[in-house]
Design a protein around this ligand. Sequence first.
Ligand SMILES: *Cc1c(COP(=O)(O)O)cnc(C)c1O
Length: 398
Amino acid sequence: MTERFNGSFTQQDPIPEVGIDAALAVLRHGRLHRYNTAPDETSETALLEQEFAAYVGSQYCLAVASGGYAMATALRALDVQPGDKVLSNAFTLAPVPGAISSVGAVPVFVGVTPDLTIDLDDLEAKAGQAKVLLLSHMRGHICDMDRLMAICDAAGIAVVEDCAHTMGATWNGVPSGRFGVIGCYSCQTYKHVNSGEGGFIVTDDPHLAAKSVMLSGSYMLFERHLAAPPKEAFDDIKYHTPNISGRMDNLRAAILRPQVADLAAQCARWNERYYALEDGLRGTPGLTLIERPPQEVIVGSSIQFLLLDWAASAVQDVIARCGARGVELKWFGAPEPVAFTSRYDSWRYAPSEPMAASDRVLAGIVDMRVPLTFSLDDCHLIARIIRSEVSAVYQVAT
Ligand SMILES: *Cc1c(COP(=O)(O)O)cnc(C)c1O
């Protein structure tokens, strides 16, 4: 009998009941705007920022409208100007180069290694071209952060981390988002906490924090924050920083607070599923797993493997055969992007030269979401299906 998986790859956990109750309380009193508070009331948004700052161990935290907004705000806070170049990953998601483009700057793409991390040799070679690196920990893969920071420090490059896929992950015990001068996170439905849309900016730098708060649309109400710098930090900037409205609201913050409190437990659940899948795929002929370095504590909310140097038609065959058995795989190497764009040559508003070594990797990346609604048995079944289809196609192809 041919096994089939019947679950959904896009169904996330429901919002925790305490979050639903907190959301209903906000709806009942109606004060959704973060600065609309009753006397002696602290807004859900301000509390959320304080709790997220404590979670990652940062001085400051600002909650905003999206992860993309967080990244653009970080670039503005760093005074990136129209025409400036900003280094970023050749393999990431569209909002990353989009954030660079939104401030009129120009992405300079840095290659991807077979470990799916940024190519640090390529970064070193291109370091002279820009003063800022928008580093994407794409699909949760964290590069050698010690070497990356050494390269950037030596070249005077400010690092902004895109932690959309690494909220909860660490490198050498340090949370992702705490290496660079600013860390950015997303609270969008497919990330590690879910308020539909939303994002965070964290930093220890009072000037960058104050600028981010003003940019997000604080008006002169910045003293209502609990995770912003003292009002003196705003003295020099409050009349010189434009309001580029992108605030978080109390409804989403109410939904997020219990999820942040629960994040460590949820990350452990993701990793049980990830490692069950990885175990089931290990040793499949023709399939290369991405081995994770010991310094990295991951959050396995998605899994990738390589069908390295496979013919495009054979990869397409695997995707179709797995799809027919209910296993939704995404191939980043397809000549026409499907549903999302994730590679540098898809963003044609940004000039780039072909990168042969990266192209070889990109052509082989297969990706799968791991929602927490999967059981461990689901993961074992999915791995069996992928293993059998990859093996079948590989045998015919070789
Ligand atoms: C989702 C995502 C973002 C930003 O997400 P928003 O949808 O703007 O919240 C940034 N980087 C990566 C790699 C992402 O996947």
